[in-house]
Design a protein. Structure first.
Length: 369
């Protein structure tokens, strides 16, 4: 591949990456608006879980917006290299290598977070990562015959030789980023727009004005995002002893949930039964903690029950009891009655919040101004 063809390939790849980044930016906004993505196929291959994770926003902007800016810059550089008149033979392939290298490094970091921190894969993101790697390879080819190091030195040397123009370009770029950051709607900081008013879930009574505030949580013990939300909710409510949390089960498992048509979380019904049986022995909180941690440990239920301090014989008898099945069915029916589409979902004063429990959903603490 000649350097010119490599630059043409770089331009095409940068344009593809730009298009992907723009789709991802739109999908990020839709996920926070409660609109399901076409690439949310199951619990692991799930663009919505990635888009609503805490890693989807960096320095005040969605990662997809940063990708849009980076691919836009790469496209401009590649097009500049295709001009007939250039300051030197490889301009600006060296700068293009730096931009593509930064994008590829970011892709590796995001892939690591996706696997080990979020526990989900976004197919659109993966496509963007592949584009970044291919862009780096094409940009590297465009630096021939002198090589990438020489091209980088030549491009940086040219920028240093024109300090006024370089400073102007840098200021223009910084101003563009600042303008985008200031103008971009910070929708991810608001309560989920999926929140909606409605009657309290069946089986839960609205708290009297003088009673403690009640948060009703519908969750699934096989849902990795529920595990993250569980930790966040526990930390939030630790500072609010006046708030009562009511846990309800909404396993995304067709074995017990008639609204689920495919096995998104196989075995979730059995884990819901374990939680119900732990609650009967007054050990729901430690068992809930253990069940969520067990998503990675994969210990048998008997071991979790023993660790939570449950009586083994009573626990095993409870797991298959008709009363346990009825309780899970009641929880699911309560969730379906208010239109639950995903877990976790929280209900506060008749308003539902999907994905996380926002601080502003809670009523003011006693004595707070």
């Amino acid at each position: 591949m000649t350097p010119r063809r490599a630059l043409q390939a770089s331009a095409a790849l940068a344009a593809a990456g730009l298009a992907l980044a723009m789709v991802l930016a739109r999908q990020h906004a839709q996920a926070h608006a409660g609109i399901d993505s076409f690439c949310s196929i199951n619990d692991f291959v799930n663009c919505d879980r990635v888009a609503t994770s805490r890693f989807s926003v960096v320095l005040g902007l969605p990662v997809a917006v940063w990708g849009t800016l980076a691919y836009g810059l790469a496209l401009l550089l590649a097009l500049a290299g295709l001009r007939r008149s250039r300051p030197h033979a490889t301009w600006p392939a060296g700068l293009l290598v730096l931009v593509a290298g930064a994008a590829t490094a970011a892709a590796v970091a995001l892939a690591f977070l996706s696997e080990f921190a979020i526990g989900a894969l976004c197919l659109l993101c993966a496509g963007s990562w592949l584009v970044s790697a291919a862009l780096l390879a094409a940009a590297w080819r465009a630096t021939r015959p002198g090589g990438a190091a020489a091209a980088v030195r030549a491009d940086l040397g040219l920028l240093r030789a024109r300090p006024a123009r370089s400073a102007g370009l840098a200021l223009a770029g910084a101003a563009l980023v600042a303008l985008v950051a200031a103008a971009y709607p910070r929708y991810w900081e608001r309560p989920p727009p999926r929140a909606r008013a409605g009657p309290p879930p069946p089986g839960t009574r609205a708290a009297a004005p003088s009673g403690p505030p009640v948060v009703v949580e519908f969750s699934d013990y096989e849902c990795p995002f529920c595990a993250l939300a569980h930790e966040e909710t526990n930390a939030l409510l630790a500072s609010r002893p006046d708030v009562r949390l009511v846990r309800k089960n909404f396993p995304l498992d067709p074995a017990c949930n008639p609204a689920v048509k495919r096995a998104m979380h196989p075995g979730a019904c059995a884990l819901a039964a374990a939680a119900v049986c732990a609650e009967e022995q007054g050990k729901l909180e430690p068992m809930s903690d253990a069940l969520f941690r067990n998503q990675k440990q994969k210990l048998p239920l008997d071991a979790l029950a023993a660790g939570a301090g449950l009586q083994a014989a009573a626990f095993r008898e409870c797991l298959g009891a008709p009363s346990t099945v009825r309780r899970i069915q009641q929880d699911i029916a309560a969730g379906l009655a208010i239109g639950i589409r995903a877990t976790p979902t929280y209900v506060v004063n008749g308003v539902t919040y999907t994905g996380k429990l926002p601080v502003e959903a809670l009523p003011p603490a006693p004595g707070a101004r």
